[in-house]
Design a protein around this ligand. Structure first.
Ligand SMILES: N[C@@H](CCC(=O)N[C@@H](CS)C(=O)NCC(=O)O)C(=O)O
Length: 225
């Protein structure tokens, strides 16, 4: 059986996890928190070269990088597709997914250590984060109206990207920028509320909440934060 390594409080781990759930594919979860190295699970570096979560264990070997894992899942298990049929549709879903990851998640991620440790970000870092998120927020409405799904009339990988990454941006905005920048995107609040009603999204949220104390205890034990 496919074994997914990582932890449920991780948005990246939840990318393949939500894909498995939505596609109805059986998988096993193996808990590995971040911070692999000499003090914690050094063998994990053979699964994911930079020690990042998630890693997928298949009969042929390990795959790291959530995007590569998603592509593997989609090709190995074509039923209940998470991509449209047309080449153009596929490209648009990939475009939106990549946009969300590069220009929202990775920008907001710079201050996640502050969010987790309750510390104040460096002013220059915070300024960069604000500038990046403001630019991306204005551009997002050009890629999706969020009328039904993130792209088109079916649930796709773009919804997975939106569901898992945009809450991180909202949290960073509310905590450090004095507002949730995404509430300005037309249709997005209603879209997010609809997505939260999906049974598998509820599972992802419940598992993330249940995992958070374990993750925080791990951070304290490993890094003292
Ligand atoms: N590009 C990677 C990013 C994964 C990632 O950053 N995961 C975080 C947990 S949410 C992690 O493992 N961080 C530890 C580290 O970067 O050393 C992917 O898409 O899988």
């Amino acid at each position: 059986m496919l074994r997914l390594h990582g932890f449920s409080a991780s948005n990246y781990y939840n990318v393949p996890k939500l894909a498995f759930l939505e596609k109805g594919i059986a998988f096993e979860e193996v808990v590995s928190y971040t911070g692999v190295g000499p003090k914690y699970k050094p063998e994990y570096l053979d699964k994911s070269p930079l020690g990042k979560v998630p890693a997928l264990e298949t009969e042929e070997g390990f795959i790291s990088e959530s995007r590569a894992i998603l592509e593997y899942i989609e090709r190995a298990y074509p039923e209940h597709p998470l991509l449209p049929a047309s080449p153009f549709g596929i490209a648009k879903v990939q475009e939106l997914s990549q946009f969300i990851e590069l220009y929202f998640e990775l920008v907001a991620r710079r201050v996640i250590p502050n969010l987790l440790s309750g510390t104040t970000p460096e002013p220059n870092v915070l300024k960069d984060v604000q500038t990046g998120l403001t630019k991306a927020t204005a551009a997002l409405a050009k890629l999706s109206t969020f009328e039904q799904f993130a792209y088109g009339d079916k649930f796709t990988m773009a919804d997975i990207a939106a569901i898992l990454n945009l809450p991180v941006v909202r949290n960073v905005g509310k905590q450090f920028l004095g507002k949730d920048p995404l509430s300005e995107v037309p249709g997005l609040d209603a879209y997010c509320a609809r997505m939260e009603e999906r049974p598998h999204v509820k599972t992802i949220r419940a598992d993330a909440a249940a995992d958070r104390p374990g993750f925080m205890a791990h951070l304290k034990a490993l890094y003292g934060i």
